[in-house]
Every structure is written in structure tokens, then in C-alpha cells.
Design a protein around this ligand. Sequence first.
Ligand code: ZN
Length: 436
Amino acid sequence: MSRQADVLTMPREKIEQVQLEGLRKTAVHCYEDIPFYHKSFDEAGFDPYSIKSLDDVRRAPFVTKQDLRDNYPYGLVGVDRKDVREVHMSSGTTGVATVAAYTEHDLKAWSECFERAFEFAGAGPEDVCQICYGYGLFTGGLGAHYGSLQSGATVIPISAGNTERQIRVLREMGSTVLECTPSYAMHIADTALAMGVDPAKEFHLKVGIHGAEAFSDNFRRELERKLNYKVLDIYGLTQTGGPGLAVECLEQNGLHIAEDHFLCEVIDPATGEVLPDGEWGELVVTTLDRQASPVVRYRTRDITRILPGECACGCTHRRIDRLQGRTDDMLIIRGVNVFPSQIENVMKTFDEVSSWYQIELTTKNYLDVATLKVEANPDFDIDSTGAIEELQRRIQAALKTALSVGIRVRLVEPMSIQRSEGKAKRIVDLRGENLK
Ligand SMILES: [Zn+2]
């Protein structure tokens, strides 16, 4: 750490003081300059001038992606149009996009937040960055671009696609930092291997800054092995200003939130209650110094938790855990929130089963019953009864420990769970039917 060392190692009291000032400023800015917030604060009885502590944010109403869509295009922009330097938009899978606008100040803050990935990685002016995130309205490309420039590194803005050219450039230009989605990094590695190029030997990579997608620890290890570099996760979303909201350090043990720019809470997505540190729930974000597109309590629908304790790297900003999917996928089993990704993580630790599974939910005596059907791997002897029962018991015990709720496990034959061309059907909820 060097360029932003003062900020990254600020004492906790100082961080909280910066956050409180930022929260007050942002709440008042939203109230006075954006009619949507004026109305929603009034309706919720939230007085933005009354904020005395960080916990007072809990009195403010949430803002959702739908609110952002409803105010497309400029409805939630809090500055004069002529002060807006740049605009990004989310992909808008349902038709209406959400807009993120940036003033000069906002672009500078964005650059600094993204640049922290370089600080954590120990990268800077001596490095060559190959940016193969897509440039354009998507915040990945230009976020990486601004952050990389801020670090003093040499930037190759190659953008996504044309994988053979990416491989040529990686070999010939001496790129040391690779910036793209984790799946594209894997595609580059596999394509190189298929071309007879060993990326571990012929590339010069030190670090990969990979975000915009959730990826597992196994995936990370495989990438690191194939490309012979360190993989750091970066998080952010268009609605909060793009990548850089939180960045992983070399400890690879959670992502440090840029707490001088963002106030993060984790809530129970079903009740909206703020959860204690360490508990999984939905990430809610309040920006602390954005001018053009501030948000107060934006519900990200992303699942994570605040990691308690200090990080060995010396950075004093709190960490969130790596993302565990979306609230849209959440199940409530006997009152306990369960995310399919948690189940997947448990199953990954068992070599005897594949990643194909289905969860069936039924009701018995008014209680939820969850049954996990999971395919045995072809080399597992499914005809050996004792072995099946023993394995089912072990998986059940591991699930109970990880989820704090009992799930029955039923091992099924390989390829017996139905495949679909689109998204896999993981959940079969029959609970409503039992009530008839
Ligand atoms: Zn750290």
C-alpha cells in the first residue's frame, strides 16, 4: 500500500466520522435536490437533518432497482445536467435501464476506489494492464480504465472479444495485470491451452482483477493455476457507481469496502431488519460522496455478509464476504433463509456427487420439508446400499452445520435430474399444493 495508504489505514473512529459527515451530506442532498427522495423521506417520516449517528440511516426508507427504473432517465440525477460528465447504464434485461451519472468529482472518486485493487495487489507504474472488460455503457470497462490510469500503470484498452488477439497481446506486450470477468479469463486460458500455448509459462501475469460475476474458490484456484497469477475479486454495481465499491486484498479473505465512499448494511431480505455482522443477507448501500447519482439505502439484491474482525493486510476498512448469489433465489425453510449457493458450496466439498441437484419443498404436519436430490458421480457405486446411506448422512450433517436447518438428502443416479436448455430448474416448491 502506498498511494492511498493514509485512507486505507485510517483509524476506525476517523472512518466513522468521515462516514457520518458523508451520510448527513448525502441525505440532505437527496432531500433537497431530488424530488423522489423528498417525497419518500417525507412519507417515511425520515428527517434528513436529524441524523446524529450512523445507525440513523436505518430510519431512512429503502430504494429499489424498480424506483431507479421508474425515474429513468434523469429523474434521480441530483445535479444540473451541464455538470454531468458521463453517463452509464445497466444492461436493462427487462427493457428499462437504470442510469448512473457522474460529475467530474464522481469520476475521480470512482477512479480512486477502483485503483485500490492495484494498491492491494502491489501493482502500479511498472505494470502493463490489459483491460478486456467490454468498454461502453457497462461500467466494467471504463471503471477498470480509470482505475488503472489512476495507478500510473500502462493501459492496453483492448476491450472484450477476439480471444486469439488477446492471447497474442498477453504474450507480446508483457501484460502483468489482466482485467476482465472471471469467466472470460478462464476462456482466455483454455483457448491458449487449445492453441498449444502454456499461459502459465508464456504470459507474464502477476494479478487478475476479476469482477462482474460471482465465482467460487475452486474456480479461482483453477484460474490461478492455469495463468500463474493471483486473482482478486472486485465488486460494484451500476446503481452505486460501478466496480470499486469493495475490493479484495492479497489475503483473499473478503473484499474491503471503500468505507470513505459507501455505507454498507446487511439486511434480512424478508423483513428488512439489519442483521448483525457475520450473518448472511442482502447488501444495502448508501453512497457518501456521490454528487450526480447518490443513493440512500439501495437494495442490491446481492447476498453477502459483513466479516467481523480485522484483516491481516492492515487495511482498516471493513470487509464483505464474496457474493453468494441473489435474493431472488432465496428460500425460506422453517423460517431460516437459505441460498442455493450455500447448498452448492457444501456439495462441492464432496467428491462423490456432481453439481447437478434439485431441491424439493413440501409440507408435512404444517412444517416445511426440504429434500435435496443430488446426482452421484458416475464412478460412485450407487448400488452399494450401505455406502449411499453413509454418504447421505455425511452430506446432511454438513448441510445442517452450514445452514442451521435440516435438509434431507437423496442420492440419485447420474444424469437422472432433468436438464433444461435455459437456466437449470433447481427448486421445486410444492408447499402451496399441500395446503389445498
Ligand atoms: Zn485485507
